[in-house]
Design a protein around this ligand. Structure first.
Ligand SMILES: Cc1cc2nc3c(=O)[nH]c(=O)nc-3n(C[C@H](O)[C@H](O)[C@H](O)COP(=O)(O)OP(=O)(O)OC[C@H]3O[C@@H](n4cnc5c(N)ncnc54)[C@H](O)[C@@H]3O)c2cc1C
Length: 550
């Protein structure tokens, strides 16, 4: 495969030469370095690369150029290579314009000239951006092939699992791809028994369980030890923060996660309000970075689901979906929340066949040129609408209330109003989803009465419920299932019945000593990435205090 391309654009020949030399020195072995002396020539070059299906990883352009500014170039280049990382080179005096451009042109970074020494001022930034790009890059025809049916829940789950674990794959839909049918025929496989995963070594799996697939793609499904200091259930922001702090402070740390590191944030298209990421960060990137960080400190990750918790004296046993158990002194519960389901005719039957819960980012490309509906008016729905608007012809947001201002952050409302293919439909509810094999339409009730509209995709964001049904009764919860911890146990008047210790429960400690809780699943938690990260890190401090008692 051709090496991915880094393209530098500048009208000043000396500066352009300097950029190209610096890029070549650091990245020449892995990437092809190209140059263009103006924005227009840069766009022409990109159009040719696009026609030849060559991958472009990074665009770095000077701001001040005659004819076309750097921002204008990067904005137009985004249409051709939306995934390429975009960097603007500016003089110090242009910083204001550069900051505005972060929003308008979706620039990932701006760098001040000169950038000497590049080891300090250029390479760390570019390497970071290129790692992000690599994580989402799927080289053509290499890696796994998944043969499935777009309108099948199993297929959707399998593709989501692979995407969220950054496993490159190519998807072949039997309904629209002849190659898919011939690949099945060559192997004497039944086209009604899908999905099928074809590996590069010629082996295959038919309709695999996540654990089976996880093991084949190199994810770990079995713990390497019987006993840990701390077992963390869930690798969302809360669990990942606990893993980073726990492992970096010397605790033997095991993290159990059935889907992929990143949690709900991993399915969110872009988190724009998390500290330190001025141009936003996708949840998947945040999850990937935290996973690498925790692993570097020695945390172990298992692709497994926790299905039970057993307490035996000072030992806590987390039971796994494959029947095994892992033991520890401390357990941190961070399983987050799951999306609330639509309770209306047709919704359950059509789940995964056009009705999706959460951002289901893996479906976005499949929605190209279609009309998409999003139910909900909170931030998560707004982010999803903006994401789908990049692919779909039209995105309609169905809102129960009169508008977005009471439920959504202002930066999202502004961006939605600037996006011409997103429409708001206030005071509207879905009454029914209909279709035989897949979603074909919706019955809606709005201010003008009832109407049936054709629809192929409906993405639902109507709140969430905690994933705590598998916990024993001794872990006390509120009436909605959120886990009570620390002072909330006493405030709810539950403590005297269950607590046998001489001390008060630590902050974030549940009704069972040594079992802590962090993130969205905790009663009274703030449903934000930063709060979940805060909870996860604080919980580790109390885990140390608890362990000091042994
Ligand atoms: C679409 C969307 C957009 C959002 N945008 C923003 C935003 O822009 N800014 C912001 O601050 N917040 C945002 N949020 C909220 C934010 O994502 C959550 O507050 C945060 O992810 C909570 O982190 P958590 O670790 O508590 O739980 P989660 O992120 O829910 O992670 C829990 C993890 O536990 C795993 N798990 C569940 N059950 C089990 C089990 N039995 N065994 C093992 N593992 C299990 C799950 O697979 C999951 O990976 C958004 C949420 C959504 C849905």
């Amino acid at each position: 495969m051709a090496r991915p391309i880094l393209l530098a654009v500048d009208d000043d020949a000396n500066v352009l030469e300097a950029v190209v030399q610096d890029l070549r020195r650091e990245y020449g072995a892995t990437y092809r370095i190209m140059r263009a002396p103006s924005g227009q020539i840069g766009l022409d070059t990109l159009a040719q690369l696009k026609a030849r299906q060559e991958p472009v990883a990074l665009l770095i352009s000077d701001q001040r150029m005659p004819g076309m500014t750097g921002v204008e170039f990067l904005e137009q280049a985004r249409e051709l290579f939306p995934e390429a990382r975009r960097v603007l080179l500016t003089a110090y005096a242009d910083n204001e314009a550069a900051i505005r451009a972060i929003n308008a042109a979706r620039i990932h970074y701006y760098l001040n000239k000169p950038w000497d020494p590049p080891e300090e001022k250029l390479y760390p930034v570019l390497t970071d951006l290129l790692e992000d790009w690599q994580a989402g890059f799927q080289p053509a025809f290499e890696g796994l092939r998944v043969i499935g049916l777009r309108w099948a829940l199993k297929d959707h789950r399998l593709r989501s699992f692979l995407s969220r674990n950054h496993v490159p794959y190519r998807w072949l839909d039997v309904a629209s791809n002849e190659e898919a049918l011939s690949l099945l025929a060559e192997r004497n496989l039944d086209p009604s028994h899908l999905p099928v995963v074809l590996f590069t070594d010629g082996s295959l799996l038919v309709d695999p369980e996540p654990e089976e697939l996880a093991a084949r793609v190199g994810l770990s499904t079995r713990a390497t030890a019987d006993f840990y200091d701390i077992v963390v259930v869930g690798a969302g922001p809360a669990g990942l923060a606990a893993a980073v702090y726990g492992a970096s402070e010397g605790l033997r740390t095991l993290v159990i996660e059935p889907v992929a590191p990143g949690g709900q944030a991993g399915s969110s298209s872009r988190i724009e309000n998390y500290l330190g990421f001025p141009s936003g960060v996708t949840g998947a990137d945040l999850g990937r970075r935290a996973h690498i960080q925790a692993s570097r400190f020695g945390a172990e990750f298992l692709t497994q689901r926790a299905v039970g918790l057993r307490i035996d004296g000072q030992y806590r046993f987390v039971q796994l979906a494959d029947g095994r158990e892992v033991s520890s002194h401390v357990v941190l519960l961070a399983p987050g929340v799951q999306y609330r389901k639509l309770d209306l005719p047709g919704a359950e039957r059509l789940t995964g066949r056009g009705v999706y819960y959460g951002a289901a980012l893996v479906e976005a490309v499949a929605c190209k040129d279609e009309d998409v509906y999003v139910v909900g008016g909170a931030n998560s729905a707004g982010q999803a609408a903006l994401h789908f608007a990049r692919y779909a012809r039209n995105v309609t947001m169905l809102l129960r209330g009169p508008g977005l201002s009471a439920t959504m952050s202002k930066y999202l409302i502004d961006e939605i109003s600037r996006t011409s293919n997103i429409q708001l439909q206030p005071l509207t509810q879905v009454l029914e989803a209909f279709g035989e094999e897949r979603l074909e339409g919706l019955r809606l009730k709005g201010p003008e009465g009832e109407a049936r509209v054709p629809a192929t995709s409906l993405f639902v964001f109507i709140g969430a419920v905690p994933g705590t049904g598998w916990l024993p009764e001794s872990i006390l919860r509120d009436e909605h299932g959120f886990v009570l911890a620390g002072p909330d146990l006493r405030a709810e008047g539950k403590l005297p019945e269950v607590w046998r210790e001489q001390r008060e429960p630590f902050l974030l400690e549940s009704s069972v000593p040594g079992v802590f809780v962090a993130g969205d699943v905790r009663h009274g938690s703030i449903k934000r990435v930063a709060s979940a990260v805060g909870d996860g890190s604080i919980a580790v401090q109390f885990a140390h205090q608890y362990l000091a008692g042994f």
